[in-house]
Design a protein around this ligand. Structure first.
Ligand code: FAD
Length: 588
C-alpha cells in the first residue's frame, strides 16, 4: 500500500510564489523578467499542430449545426485523438506529444478559437480528466493508463461536483468504503454536470472515506481511477445548456462500484489536495482558450467596424466604436501576457503558481465575456441573429466564469491565500513580542523589511527605461498592497475570512498588479528585441492598461475605509426579507 501511494508529485515550494511575495510588498523581479519565450522545438511542434487543427477545422468542424443539434458526432473526438490532440502533455515515452504547459496552452487557445465545444471536450479530458494521474499518479498507474488516454482509446472525465456540493467541494457525499482486506473500495454517490460524462471510460472520482488521524476517525477525500463500463456505473441523459452545447455534460451515478485499492491516486485522504492541484493546473488551459475566443471576436469586430456604414461613415470611425476596439485589444494583450507568463511558472517545476493561475482564469474569463459582448454590440442587430456566430460566441463564453472554480470563489482564494503569509507573520510577531529572545530573528527581519520599504520602497530594475513611469506605478502599489493587508489583518484577525467585501478589493488589486507585471515584462522584452519605435502599439496598450488599472487600484484602496459596504449588506438583507424587488410606481 505504501508504495502504491507514492506519487510523482513535483516538489513545489509554496514560499516560492511571485504573487504571494507581492502581499509582503516584495517584488521578485527575477521571476517575471525576462518575459518567457517558448523553446524552439516546442514552437516547431506547436506550429505543426496548429496547422493541422486549422485544416481539420475547415473540413470537419460544423459549429453552427452542432450548436443547433446540441451535440457533435462522437467520431469527431476519435479524429481529434488520431491527430494527437488527446495526449498533448503526456510524455512521449507514454505515447503523448510531451508538450510543456506553454505549448499545451497555445493548442488550447487554437482549439477554443476553432470551436468552444471541441475545446471543452479535449480540455475536460486532459486539463482535468486525467490530470491527477499525470501529475500525481505512480509509475504503474501512469504506465497502465496514460498511453490509452493519449491515444484517445480512453476518454477521461473529472468527477467532483455533486447535487449538494459545488463550490464547497470539501462537502462531497460520495463514499468509498474499503473491503475487509483493504484490497478494494466500494464507491457510492452521484456526480453532477460531468463534462465528457456521456463518452468517458476513465473517471477521476473524488469520494470520502474514513481515515484515522492522530488516533481519531475522520472523513477525508480520496481520489480514485474508475474504469467504465463497470457494474454500478450509470450515466444520465445529456443536459440541455446555454452554451458549449455540443459538449457532453451528464450526471454520473456510482452505485456500489468496486474499485481496486491500487487505483487510488496519491494516497488515502489526499484527494482534496489533489483535486485543488488539478484545478490550479487546469485553469491555464481554460484561460488560454479565452484568449483564443477573444482574438476571433476582435477580428470580427474589426471587419464590421470597417465595412458597416451609418451616417455616411464607417462605424469604426466613431469614437464610441474605437473605444471598444482599443479596450478589447488591450485586454486581450494583457490576458495573453498573463497566460504565457503563468504557464512558464508551471514549466519551471518548482514554483507555487496557484494564485497566478487563479488570477489568470478570472482575468481571462472576464476579458472574454466583455469582448464577445462588445463584438455583439458592434454587430448589433446582425449580432443578435442566429445567422451569425456572435450570439453563440457569447453563450459559449459564459461558462468560463462558472466552472473550474467560480470567479467569486477564486477571488476569495486569491485574497485569503495571499494574506495567509502576512497573517502568519503578524501572529508570529505577536508571539515574538511576548517572548522577545526566541522571536528576535523574526522581529528583526520584519522591521528591516518595513524600514527598507518605507524609506526606499521596492524598486524595479529590469523594466525598459521607456516604461519607467509604468514600473513606478507597480513599485508604489506593491508596497501599498502589503500595508493595506496589514491594516486589514490587524483590524479583523481571523475574522478576515468573513470579510468578503474587503477580500474582493484585495483580490482585484492583486490581479491587476499581476496583470501589470506580466505586461511590463512582455513589453520590455519586445522593446529590447525590436526597438521602441517598432513597439509603439504594445507600449500604447501597456500605458492605457496601466492608467486604468492604476485608477482601479487607487479606488479599491480608497474604498477600504470609505465605502458603502454596510449599506449594501443592509440592502441585500432587506431584499432577502422582502423576497425580491417590492417597488412599483403604479402601486402605493
Ligand atoms: C457546463 C458545465 C460543465 C461542468 N463540468 C464539470 C466537470 O467536468 N466536473 C465537475 O466536477 N464539475 C463540473 N461542473 C460543475 C462546476 O464546476 C460547478 O458548477 C461550479 O463549481 C459551481 O458550483 P455550483 O454550480 O454548485 O454553484 P454554487 O457553489 O452553488 O454557487 C452559486 C453561487 O454562489 C457563489 N458562492 C458559493 N459559495 C460562495 C462563497 N463561499 N462566497 C461567495 N460566493 C459563493 C458562487 O460563486 C456562485 O455565484 C460543470 C458545470 C457546468 C455548468
Amino acid at each position: 500500500m505504501a508504495d502504491q501511494n507514492k506519487g510523482n508529485e513535483k516538489v513545489i515550494d509554496e514560499k516560492n510564489s511571485f504573487m504571494k511575495a507581492l502581499f509582503f510588498g516584495q517584488i521578485r523581479e527575477d521571476v517575471v523578467f525576462p518575459y518567457p519565450k517558448p523553446k524552439s522545438e516546442t514552437a516547431e511542434t506547436v506550429a505543426m499542430i496548429l496547422d493541422t487543427i486549422d485544416r481539420f477545422a475547415k473540413d470537419r468542424i460544423q459549429s453552427r449545426e452542432w450548436d443547433d443539434a446540441g451535440k457533435m458526432p462522437r467520431e469527431i473526438v476519435s479524429e481529434l485523438a488520431a491527430m494527437g490532440l488527446t495526449g498533448l502533455a503526456v510524455p512521449e515515452e507514454l505515447g503523448g506529444l510531451g508538450l510543456p504547459q506553454s505549448g499545451y496552452a497555445r493548442i488550447m487557445q487554437q482549439l477554443a478559437a476553432t470551436d468552444s465545444s471541441v475545446a471543452v471536450t479535449l480540455g475536460a479530458h486532459q486539463s482535468i480528466g486525467y490530470k491527477a494521474l499525470l501529475l500525481f499518479g505512480n509509475e504503474a498507474q501512469r504506465a497502465k493508463y496514460l498511453p490509452k488516454l493519449a491515444s484517445g482509446e480512453m476518454i477521461a472525465a473529472y468527477c467532483l461536483t455533486e447535487p449538494s456540493s459545488g463550490s464547497d467541494a470539501a462537502s462531497i457525499q460520495t463514499r468509498a468504503v474499503p473491503s475487509a482486506d483493504g484490497s478494494y473500495y466500494t464507491i457510492t454517490g452521484n456526480k453532477l454536470w460531468i463534462t465528457n460524462g456521456g463518452i468517458a471510460n476513465f473517471f477521476t472520482v473524488f469520494a470520502k472515506s474514513e481515515v484515522i488521524e492522530k488516533g481519531e476517525k475522520k472523513d477525508k477525500v480520496t481520489c480514485f481511477i474508475v474504469e467504465s463500463p463497470a457494474p454500478g456505473i450509470s450515466v444520465g441523459p445529456e443536459e440541455h445548456k446555454l452554451g458549449i452545447r455540443a459538449s457532453w455534460t451528464n450526471a454520473v451515478h456510482f452505485d456500489q462500484v468496486k474499485v481496486p485499492a491500487e487505483n487510488i491516486i496519491g494516497g488515502v485522504g489526499y484527494g482534496f489536495k489533489l483535486a485543488m492541484g488539478v484545478l490550479n493546473h487546469g485553469r491555464l488551459g481554460l484561460a488560454a482558450g479565452c484568449v483564443g475566443g477573444a482574438k476571433n471576436a476582435i477580428k470580427a469586430s474589426v471587419e464590421q467596424a470597417q465595412s458597416r456604414v451609418q451616417f455616411k461613415k464607417k462605424i469604426g470611425e466613431f469614437g464610441l466604436i474605437k473605444e471598444k476596439i482599443a479596450r478589447m485589444m488591450t485586454q486581450c494583450y494583457v490576458a495573453e501576457s498573463m497566460v504565457y507568463m503563468t504557464t512558464s511558472l508551471i514549466d519551471r517545476g518548482d514554483m507555487d503558481y496557484s494564485l497566478e493561475s487563479a488570477a489568470s482564469k478570472i482575468f481571462c474569463s472576464e476579458m472574454l465575456w466583455e469582448t464577445v459582448d462588445e463584438n455583439l454590440q458592434i454587430w448589433a442587430g446582425n449580432g443578435y441573429m442566429k445567422e451569425y456566430p456572435y450570439e453563440r460566441w457569447l453563450r459559449d463564453a459564459r461558462i468560463n466564469r462558472i466552472f473550474e472554480g467560480t470567479n467569486e470563489i477564486l477571488r476569495a482564494f486569491v485574497a485569503l491565500s495571499g494574506m495567509q503569509g502576512p497573517g502568519q507573520e503578524l501572529a508570529g510577531l505577536a508571539k515574538a513580542i511576548q517572548y522577545p529572545l526566541q522571536g528576535l530573528g523574526l522581529v528583526t527581519e520584519y522591521a528591516s523589511r518595513k524600514v527598507r520599504q518605507n524609506i526606499f520602497g521596492e524598486t524595479i530594475t529590469k523594466a525598459h527605461p521607456a516604461l519607467k513611469k509604468l514600473a513606478g506605478y507597480l513599485e508604489e502599489h506593491t508596497v501599498e498592497l502589503s500595508q493595506q493587508c496589514e491594516v486589514l489583518l490587524k483590524r479583523h484577525g481571523k475574522e478576515i475570512h468573513l470579510k468578503q467585501f474587503a477580500q474582493k478589493r484585495i483580490a482585484d488589486v492583486a490581479i491587476d498588479l499581476y496583470a501589470m507585471f506580466c505586461t511590463l515584462a512582455r513589453v520590455t522584452q519586445s522593446i529590447e528585441e525590436k526597438g521602441a519605435e517598432a513597439c509603439a502599439l504594445e507600449i500604447a496598450m501597456a500605458e492605457s492598461f496601466f492608467m486604468k488599472a492604476h485608477r482601479r487600484i487607487e479606488s479599491n484602496f480608497r474604498s477600504m475605509d470609505r465605502n458603502d459596504d454596510e449599506l449594501m449588506k443592509m440592502i441585500a438583507d432587506k431584499t432577502y426579507e422582502l423576497g425580491g424587488y417590492p417597488f412599483d410606481v403604479f402601486k402605493a
